[in-house]
Write a protein that binds this ligand. Structure first.
Ligand code: IMP
Length: 185
């Protein structure tokens, strides 16, 4: 399925537009894997997978990476419905051994950047050797907060619309879609 093609009839009630199609995501993931292999091939980095939203992206990206790496999974909760609550809670770092390791945070989407800012703070405290971020989506928004770290690797920059699919949800629904679509509000 390509970007811009019609929304499959079974999802028409919830999705107004196919923003990024399945085949375009797959192609971009291979490009990202090639870019990451330039810097990380000998570093055995840890992918810090931010659940739940990045589980599909991380699993496809991990399998495309042509170099050894490890995975850790954390939970970040900051949203209810389509609005940010401003509160970010990070869970799952308690037992991870991150000291002197090279970390790549795998995000589904960077919107205000509050989640990423909070994750970076936690990872720095854990003594990481380096921290970079790879996100599936970056929203073009005026809501970006202060002191948000630069996003190093971005698969797609998208307009300021609420999107679902390929891991992203609306109140836990529609994560399973194989494409990224605009949520029909
Ligand atoms: P931030 O802290 O505002 O950057 O938001 C990050 C988190 O908000 C993401 O990891 C998502 O879980 C959620 N989020 C932001 N925008 C969207 C969206 O358009 N669709 C679904 N989830 C979103």
């Amino acid at each position: 399925m390509e970007s811009g093609c019609p929304v499959p009839t079974e999802w028409e009630e919830s999705v107004s537009e196919v923003l990024i199609g399945t085949s375009d995501i797959a192609k971009r993931i291979n490009e990202l894997a090639a870019i990451l292999s330039m810097g990380y091939t000998k570093l055995n980095p840890i992918l810090i997978v931010v659940l739940k939203g990045s589980f599909i992206f991380a699993s496809d990206l991990s399998r495309a990476l042509p170099f050894p790496h490890e995975l850790e999974f954390i939970r970040a909760s900051s949203y209810q419905g389509t609005n940010t609550t401003g509160n970010v809670r990070i869970q799952g770092l308690e037992k991870a051994k991150l000291k002197d390791r090279h970390l790549i945070v795998i995000e589904d989407i960077v919107d205000t950047g509050l989640t990423l800012r909070c994750i970076y703070r936690n990872l720095k405290d854990a003594g990481a050797a380096s921290i970079k971020c790879c996100t599936l989506l970056e929203k073009e928004t005026t809501r970006r907060q202060e002191f948000v770290p630069e996003v190093d690797f971005v698969a797609f920059r998208i307009p300021d619309k609420f999107v679902v699919g390929y891991g992203l949800d609306f109140d836990q629904r529609l994560r399973h879609l194989s494409f990224v679509g605009v949520y029909r509000q």
